[in-house]
Ligand binder design. Structure first.
Ligand code: NAI
Ligand SMILES: N[C@@H](CC=O)C(=O)O
Ligand code: NA
Length: 436
């Protein structure tokens, strides 16, 4: 059968991994795809020393790949929004199929991109965009289609999990571990996307869309990163029987959908609490199947390439099929999407909380703190008062029962206004993930 010809745009971490996997496993891939898949052209600004590309036509101009009439599939691995958007839209207009690992692009411009792709009759595949090598898009979009999905919760940023694991287990410094994650090729070009939760919010936006059949709505995701966590929080969580993980959570409630990314205390015995390093894990709860868990490498050259190449093979298998019989890009066709399912504001969610505050060590402080919480209907589950460390200030750690975020906001406002309390009150949400 005629080979399928691929053009790779961007030969960095993922582009290099993709090229190497396509080359190394060429014969196995051809057996799976039913025909050979060959790299026809590569657009790169610089050589990738891990790739031997001397038998492939190379250019510096990504748009040469898009305009190359020989190429069937454009593989977008340059990252970012603007040029990547132009590249993908131009490829679609040229009638080429697209494979991308770019979650920022899909989360922000996906509705538009899929509409254009549908009109042009081409496939846009993006498995590598969420949780790297874990086939989570395919699992939800195809494996769980019988279910009403109740919630999805996951560790979906490898860099963040790598940092938290090293801070907890090896007491290493945040900045040093981030630099290591960058050197290993895990981090985004702008690593604030990793540490501020933006990358996880891009991925969660995509997961929510395919799980619940809603349009992509990145602007509605609540996003909080790990940069403000202190080693003390990690230690105190441990004393209380928890691990802090950076989670993306999207949940169906009677009022609407929760869509939130933030550091989270999880009981130590839960599966997600035991996912370490660059590994990701996504738990999906379907009404028929119950809880299911997907685990694997969330970043890195070949793990991510595994997903990119799987998409290329899928496109090679499907490109000759009638487009009306293809699986919808976001699991539900555009007309079947629930456009009126609201994404809830953060004030409306309910969780338990870990609070850390620093107070002056004098009589009555704890009583004043307890009164503020109880006035907001918040009950305390555990309290630790540490020894004074900074002059007269005493760190106080509190665990609360479940309460509405709006009540907690008001309690924190009043706590911070107390003369006894210095600086900001730190809050970390607590999830039991009790598999219901
Ligand atoms: N690194 C990882 O583990 C993962 C990355 N991704 C996504 O994959 C994409 C690529 O990421 P990485 O490979 O890590 O980035 P990278 O920075 O290692 O590679 C990107 C390459 O594209 C090249 N490039 C950028 N603009 C270009 C242009 N206009 N013309 C020609 N070349 C251009 C850069 O020079 C660089 O070599 C991003 O969207 C990222 O979010 C997704 C999953 C995992
Ligand atoms: N920077 C991302 C790369 C994969 O998506 C991460 O660390 O998870
Ligand atoms: Na994936």
């Amino acid at each position: 059968m005629k080979p399928v010809k691929v053009g790779i745009c961007g030969l960095g971490t993922v582009g290099g991994g993709t090229f190497n996997v396509l080359e190394r496993n060429a014969s196995e891939i051809a057996r799976r795809a039913g025909r050979p898949i060959i790299v026809e052209q590569i657009a790169t600004r610089r050589d990738n020393p891990s790739c031997d590309t001397h038998q492939v036509a190379c250019t510096q101009d990504i748009f040469e790949v898009v305009n190359n009439p020989e190429i069937d599939i454009v593989v977008e691995l340059i990252g970012g929004y603007d040029t990547a958007y132009e590249l993908v839209m131009q490829a679609i207009r040229q009638g080429k199929h697209v494979v991308t690992a770019n979650k920022a692009l899909i989360a922000v411009y996906g509705n538009e991109i899929f509409k254009a792709a549908e009109e042009a009759g081409v496939i846009v595949a993006f498995e590598a965009a969420v949780a790297g090598g874990i086939p989570i898009i395919k699992s939800i979009r195809e494996g769980l289609t019988a279910n009403q999905i109740n919630w999805v919760a996951g560790i979906i940023n490898g860099t963040g999990n790598y940092i938290l694991t090293n801070m907890r287990d090896h007491k290493r410094d945040f900045t040093e571990v981030l630099a290591e994650a960058q050197a290993l090729g895990y981090a985004e070009a702008d690593p604030t996307f990793d540490v501020e939760g933006i990358d996880a919010a891009h991925k969660l936006t995509i997961l929510a869309s395919i799980a619940f059949g809603i349009p992509l709505q990145f602007d509605k995701a609540y996003t909080e990163g790990i940069a403000r966590l202190l080693p003390m929080d990690i230690e105190q969580a441990d004393v209380l029987g928890y691990v802090i993980k950076h989670l993306g959570i999207t949940k169906r409630t009677e009022q609407g959908l929760e869509l939130r990314v933030h550091p989270t205390l999880i009981p130590k015995e839960r599966l997600l609490a035991n996912v370490h390093g660059v590994k990701n894990a996504v738990m999906v709860y379907g009404d028929a199947v119950g809880p299911t868990l997907y685990y694997g490498a969330g970043a890195g050259a070949e793990p991510t390439a595994s997903a990119v190449v799987a998409d290329i093979i899928d496109v090679a298998r499907e490109m000759a099929t009638d487009q009306n019989n293809r699986v919808p890009y976001l699991a539900f066709s555009e007309v079947a999407q629930a456009k009126d399912m609201p994404v809830l504001p953060m004030e409306a969610i309910e969780t338990a909380y870990y609070l850390r505050l620093h107070a002056v060590d004098r009589p009555g402080v704890l009583a004043r703190v307890a009164t503020i919480l109880s006035d907001q209907g918040i009950s305390i589950e555990a309290l630790i008062q540490k020894e004074a460390t900074e002059g007269e200030l005493v760190p106080i750690i509190l665990m609360t029962h479940k309460t509405r975020e709006a009540s907690m906001n008001e309690a924190i406002r009043q706590l911070e206004a107390l003369v006894d309390v210095a600086g900001d009150v730190v809050r970390i949400r607590v999830e039991n993930l009790d598999e219901q």
